[in-house]
Design a protein around this ligand. Structure first.
Ligand SMILES: Nc1ncnc2c1ncn2[C@@H]1O[C@H](COP(=O)(O)OP(=O)(O)O)[C@@H](O)[C@H]1O
Ligand SMILES: [Mg+2]
Length: 503
């Protein structure tokens, strides 16, 4: 016989098609996990549900019950997730005792559960109850610091389907920093592991792997750690190809490798290519498929043609979001959070323009807007709300820090010189000749190839991009923030003093 479930979960599972899993009881409470990822909020595909039955309420004070729930959170390590508590009784007295530990608990009392179960829109009703208790900036799926997957992954439909539909092709995902390469790889990993035997799918972050040895050790560790000792006994050029073939034979299917941040590995292999020859051979033999990310464009130009990568992989270029994708990222979560957007087209248009469609900046933008709503208690965004973004210190420092870290004085000089001439240069665009002219005006003469190179670096860093002969700043917000935060003349002078010639 099936275990007893709360009525609400029964309904969600049996009639609404949500996936519900039973967890291990903790401190005497039944635990469940429900997949709420389709809501496109911070609620994951394993949103924990603690069931507090009527008998659990017997003779227990609200304060003690809350402490007990706090201990479940601690015990199960749920601090960083939103957890639902289905409480078969009156939940109102408990709210008083919410602490930082129980901050993420959404309490659904007996009456509320009934309301959900009898509602004609149960999902919506439950979401209303949750969003009344959890700050919307926290409930939202927006994430600015880490790669996103599942309910928090947006857009990229074309790239996903292209890669998933071609299991016999290797792919190399190219794009600037923070455009979403890791997110795409992680989302592919998630989907593949759901569809296929998970042991066939290997995600590997390669930024710390500098040699062939390092790489092989990591792969063996992930696929069959029992063979690690053999690495010392046999030369890897013999061992490794054989290892990869055996793994695919055991699994009766190719091993799918998702290799992130391969830049360093490529640099270390330059000239030799021993490792990449092995990878290529394993792919030709049908033992492995490779999906690689992290190539910077310059690398591609310098190394692709005369390397084993040539013709090895199909290029998948990640660009900024389309307007439609940006709309999804802005509107879907807002709708689910019951936030109304007044003059929707204008608001989306403005955000899209100011962020140049950069997913990370759009996320930042939305996050700030939601934090403001949490502070004021309002639930409406208007074109006017958008000004708040420029005043947000987190946002401005996010933009400026990545610029400062990704560029050297030469590139900085170039950016300051352009922006000093006129703020409009930020949107109007500029040619190499114009760059040369403004630099000279500021007292800097740079050789043409130095200017070229600086423009390349700035393009790689995602600060500017080129259309034909004209360069544009990628994000108007960036130029505005730079103008607003600093005295550009001063910065330019400093750069000149410090020196802008790279040794
Ligand atoms: N598909 C996506 N949907 C929503 N946000 C995204 C997506 N891809 C990237 N982002 C945003 O960009 C940020 C950086 O993404 P990440 O995958 O780490 O980029 P990369 O690996 O290219 O540096 C994420 O934290 C998120 O804010
Ligand atoms: Mg990355």
């Amino acid at each position: 016989m099936q275990k007893e479930w709360p009525r609400l979960l029964r309904l969600f599972h049996d009639e609404l098609g949500y996936t519900v899993r039973e967890g291990n009881p903790t401190l005497g409470y039944e635990l469940f996990y429900v997949d709420l990822s389709s809501w496109k909020l911070r609620l994951s595909n394993r949103t924990p549900v603690i069931w507090v039955k009527t008998k659990d309420l017997d003779g227990v004070t609200s304060q003690h019950l809350m402490q007990s729930l706090g201990d479940v959170v601690r015990e199960r390590n749920l601090q960083r997730q939103i957890t639902l508590v289905l409480l078969d009784g009156n939940s109102t007295p408990l709210f008083k005792y919410k602490t930082s530990l129980s901050f993420n608990l959404a309490l659904v009392g007996g009456e509320e559960q009934k309301r959900v179960v009898h509602s004609r829109r149960p999902s919506g009703e439950l979401l209303d109850i949750i969003s009344a208790q959890i700050p919307i900036s926290y409930l939202s799926p927006y994430e600015t610091r880490a790669p996103v997957t599942g309910s928090r992954f947006f857009g990229r439909e074309y790239e996903l389907s292209r890669i998933l539909a071609n299991p016999d092709t290797n792919h190399v995902i190219l794009g600037i920093r923070r455009i979403g390469k890791t997110s795409l790889l992680r989302e592919l990993e998630r989907i593949l592991k759901e569809r296929e035997d998970p042991s066939r799918v290997v995600y590997l972050e390669c930024s710390d792997l500098l040699s062939t040895d390092d790489y092989i050790r990591e792969v063996v560790r992930k696929l069959n750690p029992r063979e690690l000792p053999r690495l010392h006994m046999q030369k890897y050029v013999f061992f490794f190809p054989n290892f990869l073939e055996r793994m695919s034979q055991i699994n009766k299917a190719k091993t799918i490798f998702l290799l992130d941040e391969v830049d360093n590995l490529v640099i270390m292999q330059r000239g030799d290519w021993e490792l990449f020859r092995m990878l290529r051979a394993s792919s030709n033999k049908g033992a492995c498929q490779y999906i690689i990310a992290g190539f910077r464009e310059a690398m591609r130009e310098q190394y692709m043609l005369d390397s084993p990568f040539y013709n090895f992989a199909q290029e998948v270029r990640l660009n900024e979001f389309s307007r439609q994708q940006a709309r999804q990222l802005i509107v879907t979560p807002m709708e689910n959070l019951r936030v109304h957007i007044r003059n929707e087209d204008e608001v989306i248009g403005r955000i899209y323009e100011e962020t140049a469609g950069h997913p990370n900046l759009i996320q930042y933008y939305c996050m700030i807007l939601l934090r403001h709503l949490d502070q004021t208690g309002e639930r409406e965004i208007t074109p006017k709300s958008l000004f708040d973004v420029y005043a947000d210190e987190g946002f401005t420092s996010h933009l400026l820090t990545s610029f400062m870290q990704n560029t050297e004085n030469r590139e900085k000089a170039l950016v300051y010189a352009i922006l000093m001439t006129a703020e409009e240069a930020g949107t109007k665009g500029f040619t190499l000749e114009e760059i040369d002219a403004v630099l000279r005006k500021g007292g800097i003469t740079m050789q043409q190839n130095a200017i070229d190179e600086a423009c390349n670096v700035l393009t790689l860093a995602g600060v500017i991009h080129r259309k034909g002969k004209i360069y544009y700043f990628t994000s108007p917000v960036f130029t505005k923030v730079l103008h607003q935060t600093y005295d550009l003349n001063y910065l330019f002078r400093k750069v000149k003093e410090e020196g802008y010639d790279r040794g």
